[in-house]
Design a protein around this ligand. Sequence first.
Ligand code: SF4
Ligand code: SF4
Length: 406
Amino acid sequence: MQSTTTAPVAIVRCADYELSAVETAVRRTIDLLGGMSTFVQPGQRVLLKVNLLRPAAPESACTTHPAVVAAVAKLVAEVGGRALIADSSGGPYQAGLLRTYYRKCGYTWAAEVSGAELNEDVSSVQVAHPEGIVLRRLDVITPLTQADVVINLPKLKTHNLTGLSLAVKNLFGVIPGMVKTGYHGKLQPQERFFEGLLDIYTYVRPALNLMDAVVGMEGNGPSGGDPRPVGALLASTDGLALDVVCADLVGYDPLAVYTTATAVKHGLTSGRLEDVPLLGDELAPLRVPDYRKGMAASVDPGLLPKGLRGAVRVQEEEGGQHRGLVHRALYDWLGKQFVVVPSAGPNCTGCGVCARHCPVEAITIVNKHAYMDLDKCIRCYCCHELCPQLAVELKMPWLGRLLTRK
Ligand code: SF4
Ligand code: SF4
């Protein structure tokens, strides 16, 4: 049975990243939910789970903006908590790399101005999660297990696999480094991966989720898209409710975010905006209806000629049973024509980062160029997400392009 989302989402306008303006807006957002003292007690260790996808400048809108991180950390200190900034970025999880990422993403500065610590412990532990749907044991970064409180600080971005990267998706970063690649590989078909993301969310259960949507990323996210001002901070104790509101904010049907659609199937949320109480500033004037969507991993079956819709559904569900006249293999082939595939473009330097992170070893480097074996490829898009040159292009196969005009 589906539960109705009841936790409120606070929305506060915030035009830019000028520190004092961000501090005012962050304080107001959290005050709408009862204030930081509701979530943090004196002496508690508070893990701030930022989005540290890659060493990108704050203005690229790839990572949680350091002004937001600093403002939250200052509030944590104000109520006597000890903030620790942490994330396991894409790629290897090493202290030296983390220091570089912190510097480039502005977190070294955020730590200096707020008194927060930067995590350099790159160890991990295995934890039990008996209520998990597909993950009953999880590998997580050690500081997560040592924290008294987790505050989730996602960045609003398009995402080629999940539709949007929001509060639930942001927590994938508590899985250490290359272990993430293994999760992509073992959680197949893709719906199991979305269930795994929900398991990570229900294990971590952040006390508070605060979305940096002052400037989001549109288009080719989560790493190669373009900054797009949205002008808002949003927060909730319920990450699923926050994801529903954030999707609506940028013109997405909340169920077009696959983590939310999967959560609806498991009765974790209704996925309906009307079930979420809203606090603070009006949502409607902040909506960005022309937010440029990413290249969705698969097309909306409703866009296809009727006879082909089943093919896409079979491909999306894979485990689903098709009992029609057309043989399953043909349906599988047809379905794949509507799922985007990766290929390395002219900017590829042959560095091999994508090959090292491909969970099914589908990438080979020949003459300093990456080649993807699409028969092996499971369409996880890690190569697209992690390529330092942003050289991996995603394209719909020709039949899909022809029939959907995408
Ligand atoms: S596609 Fe990107 S990550 Fe892969 S080899 Fe080329 S430059 Fe490196
Ligand atoms: S080739 Fe890219 S999209 Fe395909 S499985 Fe490997 S990393 Fe994932």
